[in-house]
Design a protein around this ligand. Structure first.
Ligand SMILES: Nc1ncnc2c1ncn2[C@@H]1O[C@H](COP(=O)(O)OP(=O)(O)O)[C@@H](O)[C@H]1O
Ligand SMILES: CC(=O)N[C@@H](CCC(=O)OP(=O)(O)O)C(=O)O
Length: 297
């Protein structure tokens, strides 16, 4: 009996502490980028879906943008196609882009929709093509050759960058019961289909909606300092100096660059956090200290 009371009391305390944070996000947009590395574990997937459902039930407007890099890689391997990356982006030929669309806008998108629906909500699976939401252009990436120091333009094939975001459909869904779950595939005005890095895509969506928060669920606790300790908060200028001094490297560079662009477009705060922690989304949004690294202006 006393155990029941203890449980009841501690639950009430948790709810009382979370309430002001929930109220602060009411009617606000929160874009959550769900990375391919954070998927795969059924318990974590269910906890993620529960968090998204709870946000919607609390009056927040959650939008999920998902990746699926490892899953695309596995499908390509099964089909005997080798994956090749340049500057962190998948070199995508005409055959590969069809598989990318099949995996991202097909199986992964529908898996996430089903997980959220199982929590009693109405998720709707989309990609940039739906409702003319996003138009892309062929990515224009350059790299500096480490030996000659000459700048080289990369031909990544059907890799795109979002250049136009129309918020009509997303605004409509925000006023409805529906939770959008969006795959990072978009058409070009040239009629081609483009494969877009999911971080970049999430940044473009959050920027166009001037979202309150953009959360990046990845496989590390956040931005770590040289000692491997989590940095709880960073300004844009501090983040830039960590990239210059080599503390931030590899896949974290494009992620932090996307964070900075999103903030410059009007997103209030961007958080990089560990998607492998159960209920990472709620821990971040509804607790005093959050769960990852908050980047603000
Ligand atoms: N300072 C840093 N703090 C945290 N992670 C870092 C840092 N510098 C480089 N990284 C690397 O960035 C990786 C996250 O980027 P990435 O693998 O592209 O994520 P995702 O696949 O989730 O989009 C981490 O696993 C880590 O290896
Ligand atoms: C151009 C490009 O590289 N696109 C990515 C899209 C998926 C993605 O970004 O997924 P994660 O977030 O799980 O890494 C790819 O083909 O892997």
């Amino acid at each position: 009996m006393s155990e029941t009371n203890d449980n009841g009391e501690s639950r009430a305390r948790v709810l009382a502490e979370a309430l002001p944070f929930m109220q602060a996000y009411e009617n606000r947009t929160v874009v959550v980028k769900y990375g391919g590395h954070a998927m795969g574990d059924p318990t974590l997937g269910q906890a993620f879906a529960r968090d998204i459902a709870l946000l919607k039930q609390s009056g927040v407007n959650p939008i999920v943008v998902h990746g699926g890099g490892p899953q695309i890689g596995r499908m390509l391997t099964q089909m005997g196609i080798e994956s090749r990356f340049e500057g962190g982006l998948r070199v995508t030929d005409a055959e590969t882009v069809k598989i990318v669309e099949m995996v991202l806008a097909g199986s992964i998108n529908k898996e996430i929709v089903a997980l959220i629906n199982a929590e009693g909500e109405w998720a709707i699976g989309l990609c940039g093509k739906d409702g003319n939401m996003v138009f892309a252009e062929k990515a224009k990436k350059t790299v500096i050759d480490p030996d000659s120091h000459i700048e080289r333009v990369l031909d990544l094939g059907y890799v795109g960058e979002p250049v136009e975001v129309d918020r009509t459909l997303l605004d409509l869904l925000a006023r409805s019961e529906m939770i959008p779950v969006i795959a990072p595939v978009a058409p070009g005005r040239d009629g081609a289909t483009y494969n877009i890095n999911a971080d970049t895509f999430a940044g473009a969506i959050a920027g166009a909606l001037e979202a309150s928060r953009l959360l990046f669920l990845t496989d590390v606790p956040g931005v770590l300092d040289k000692q491997g300790e989590l940095i709880k908060e960073l300004s844009v200028s501090e983040a830039k100096s960590l990239m210059r001094n080599g503390t931030i490297t590899g896949g974290m560079i494009p992620k932090v660059e996307t964070c900075i662009e999103a903030i410059e477009r009007g997103v209030e705060g961007v958080v990089i956090l560990n998607g492998k922690t159960q209920h990472a989304v709620l821990l971040e949004l509804l607790t005093e200290h959050g769960a990852g690294t908050l980047i603000v202006k």
